[in-house]
Design a protein around this ligand. Structure first.
Ligand SMILES: O=C(O)C(=O)C[C@]1(C(=O)O)C=C[C@@H](O)C=C1
Length: 95
């Protein structure tokens, strides 16, 4: 019993470490939003770039297959990050 408990605790510790890496990477990805907003403004480009989003989703699906991760879940997560990125960009440009 104690061995199973020890193993569960070890897995949870590893999950905690991975969750921290995930948050760190999502923050890194999101931190580009303001720079992108400024560059798009100087290039007179709209915040929304559907062609680029299509590329991102296609790349996401390929990576999900490569790493045997549920494609639909992967796309949902990336969609949240993209929408968040656009929110930050539009709020920044309104400042
Ligand atoms: O690459 C861009 O143009 C971005 O603004 C980044 C990003 C993304 O989060 O991947 C967000 C919004 C765009 O519609 C396309 C992609």
């Amino acid at each position: 019993m104690n061995d199973a408990k020890t193993q569960l605790e070890a897995i949870r510790k590893r999950i905690d470490e991975i969750d921290e890496e995930l948050i760190k990477l999502m923050a890194k990805r999101t931190n580009f939003a303001r720079d992108i907003a400024m560059l798009k403004k100087s290039l007179n480009l709209p915040i929304n770039d559907s062609e680029r989003e299509k590329e991102v989703y296609e790349k996401t699906r390929k990576l999900c297959n490569k790493y045997k991760f549920d494609e639909e879940i992967g796309v949902k997560i990336i969609k949240i990050l993209i929408e968040h990125n656009k929110d930050i960009q539009s709020k920044y440009l309104k400042e």
